[in-house]
Each structure stands twice: as structure tokens, then as C-alpha cells.
Design a protein around this ligand. Structure first.
Ligand code: 5GP
Length: 347
């Protein structure tokens, strides 16, 4: 047994230190980033926020709405190939360029990904996603997908340490997804005792990825726009959001009426709800590692995404970053023991 003594930080442990800046207004801040990916050589330009591949967030409707803002959606893996064909037929290239095709790592997943990718050249992102990215099987699967799709952008995860980020990039991933345990409906830390504070995971994994020309997605744990800005400040190239984009018309969740108010069901992809829906219940060798919650129904996602983007623009003006790309260079985090003042309730 070994104990690491270094302090590891989450979003709640820091704030940005404001800096003198020549920016006069938030409107001067550019959130669009241009990436050329390491293995595929593909270029992509957009706002690097991604709706999570959860079936009460990453729907086709979410992809169509968020693409209007240049924002991406990792579409969940439970749509059929026929569903994809319909989606492709009724949407232009911009929406498809901003949609990731999610997949697990089984033989059936591989065949399905091939069938979906064969439908159109406009789909360029593949998101290989398993809860525990430390399995050797993921590395082998990434190699196999890279061999099959040399010119597609491949994301793989989830991991939280630099060694595994490097291994996945060397195996063929352009992007590594980072986060174990921080998610809003995740119970991994409670069920298993495993995890890593998300801001430190981002800082350490970004450093490892960037050294090899790879990119990372900070996945999970953002509860407000300030957290999204902190993730970018820590070095995340992309930030993935579940809970912050759940509860909307486009989220694809079930609307429930209670006491005259509307709510939407939101659940983790390893929760009892998800396993009942997609796998015929929780297998007897495993435990559910996700929660099911009811969120107040929040209408269309447009307002929410604009609010998030407005918050990040504001962060950039406070630290003097004219472009989102500069945010991490301009970021000095101060460690804190308090965040917002809750005297009149939480924002
Ligand atoms: P959020 O933005 O809601 O804090 O986090 C979203 C992320 O939580 C997802 O992208 C995914 O990585 C993770 N997640 C989703 N469902 C589950 C689950 O059932 N269990 C765990 N451990 N993580 C989950």
C-alpha cells in the first residue's frame, strides 16, 4: 500500500484570480477553437463543449439544437442504425460534423459503429466510452478502431491519470476523455471508493496529452458555468456536460408531472434505471453505479447553453483572455475554502 501526499483539487477548491485586461466587453471574447487532430489529421472548428452521451442528454434533438451554437453532442449509443439513417437524412452536414457516435467495446458495438459510419462521410467523431478506461481491452479496441477508421477523430476513455492518457493516445486516440467519479448522477466514489478530484485530473491529463499532440475532454462534475470555465482554465480542450444540459425539451428524458409542476427524469448510464431500460436489469455480479433524479423541467436548451457560454466569456474578460485558447495560459487559480454566498439560497 502507498499513499500519495500531493493535494488534488476539485472545482470547488479554487477560484480564478482576476487579472488586469484590455478587454472592454464580453462580446470581444472568441469561444470558438480550431483543432487539427493528431492521428486523423482532421480539422474541426467550434465551441468545445460536448453534451454527454447519456440517454437523457445526448439525443439527436440535442445535437440539432446545440449545433446551431457550434457546440457538440456525443450522441448516446442506444439508437439503432436505422435511427441514425433517419437523423442523417433530416440534418445538414453542420449538425453531423458536431455529433459524436458513441460506442462500447464489444464485437457488436464495433459492427454497429461500422454500419453507422458507412451511412455518411459527414460523421467524423467516434467516442469510445467505458466506465473504467484502465482495462487493457480498451487499448486494444482503440487500436482496432484506428485501423478501421484512419481518418476519423477517435475519443477514448474514461481515465484520470497521465500514464493512461499517453497509452491511449499512442494506441490511436486523438482525444482522451477524463473523469472517474465526478459526475452529478455518478455513485462510483461511494460504491467503489475509486476516483480523482476532477480539476487535478484535468490539469495532469492535459499536460500528458498535449506533450504528445493529443487532446482531452474534461468529463463530469461541472455544476455551473464557473466550473466549465475552471475546466478550460485547467487545460481541458473540450468539456463534457451531463446534468447541466439535462431536463430540457431536447434531452430526451421522460417528463413527469407532480403537484402541478413539470420534472424530467435524469439518470446515470450505470444506474438501475438505465440498466432496466437497456440491459434487462442490473446483472447479479455488479452494483448500480449511478443515480436517478428528477430535475425541474427547464424548457429549451438554447437559453441554458447561451448562459453557459456567457459565463465563460465573462471569465475570459476577468483574466484578460481574448480567445478561449488563451484561458489556460492566463489562469491563476487561488485555493479557497468558500465559493458563493448562499445566504439567500443557491443559484
Ligand atoms: P455531469 O456533467 O452530469 O456531472 O457528468 C456527466 C458524466 O458522468 C458523463 O459524461 C459520464 O462520464 C458520467 N456518468 C454518466 N452516467 C454515469 C453513471 O451511471 N455512473 C458513473 N460512474 N458515471 C456516470
Amino acid at each position: 500500500m502507498r499513499i500519495e501526499q500531493d493535494l488534488k483539487l476539485g472545482f470547488k477548491d479554487v477560484l480564478f484570480r482576476p487579472k488586469r485586461s484590455t478587454l472592454k466587453s464580453r462580446s470581444q471574447v472568441e469561444l470558438t477553437r480550431d483543432f487539427t487532430f493528431k492521428h486523423s489529421g482532421r480539422q474541426w472548428s467550434g465551441v468545445p463543449i460536448i453534451a454527454a452521451n447519456m440517454d437523457s442528454v445526448g439525443s439527436f434533438e440535442m445535437a440539432a439544437s446545440l449545433a446551431k451554437h457550434g457546440v457538440m453532442t456525443a450522441v448516446h449509443k442506444h439508437y439503432t442504425v436505422e435511427d441514425w439513417a433517419g437523423f442523417i437524412e433530416s440534418n445538414e452536414a453542420t449538425v453531423l460534423n458536431n455529433a459524436m457516435v458513441s460506442t462500447g467495446t464489444s464485437e457488436a458495438d464495433f459492427q454497429k459503429t461500422k454500419d453507422i459510419m458507412a451511412l455518411t462521410d459527414d460523421l467524423i467523431f467516434i467516442c469510445i466510452d467505458i466506465a473504467n478506461g484502465y482495462s487493457e481491452h480498451l487499448v486494444e479496441y482503440v487500436q482496432k478502431v484506428r485501423a478501421e477508421f484512419p481518418d476519423k477523430v477517435i475519443s477514448a476513455g474514461n481515465v484520470v491519470t497521465g500514464d493512461m492518457v499517453e497509452e491511449l493516445i499512442l494506441a490511436g486516440a486523438d482525444i482522451v476523455k477524463v473523469g472517474i467519479g465526478p459526475g452529478s448522477v455518478c455513485t462510483t466514489r461511494v460504491k467503489t471508493g475509486v476516483g480523482y478530484p476532477q480539476l487535478s485530473a484535468i490539469i495532469e491529463c492535459a499536460d500528458a496529452a498535449h506533450g504528445l499532440g493529443g487532446r482531452i475532454i474534461g468529463d463530469g462534475g461541472c455544476a455551473c458555468a464557473g466550473d466549465v470555465a475552471k475546466a478550460f482554465g485547467g487545460g481541458a480542450d473540450f468539456v463534457m456536460l451531463g446534468g447541466m444540459l439535462a431536463g430540457h425539451v431536447e434531452s430526451g428524458g421522460e417528463i413527469i408531472h407532480q403537484d402541478g409542476k413539470a420534472f424530467m427524469k435524469f439518470y446515470g448510464m450505470s444506474s438501475q434505471s438505465a440498466m432496466d431500460k437497456h440491459s434487462g436489469g442490473v446483472a447479479n455480479y455488479r452494483a448500480a453505479e449511478g443515480k436517478t433524479v428528477l430535475l425541474p423541467f427547464r424548457g429549451e436548451v438554447d437559453n441554458t447553453i447561451q448562459d453557459i457560454m456567457g459565463g465563460i466569456r465573462s471569465t475570459c474578460t476577468y483574466v484578460g483572455a481574448a480567445h478561449l485558447k488563451e484561458l489556460t495560459k492566463r489562469a491563476t487559480f487561488i485555493r479557497v475554502l468558500e465559493q458563493e454566498n448562499n445566504v439567500y439560497g443557491k443559484e
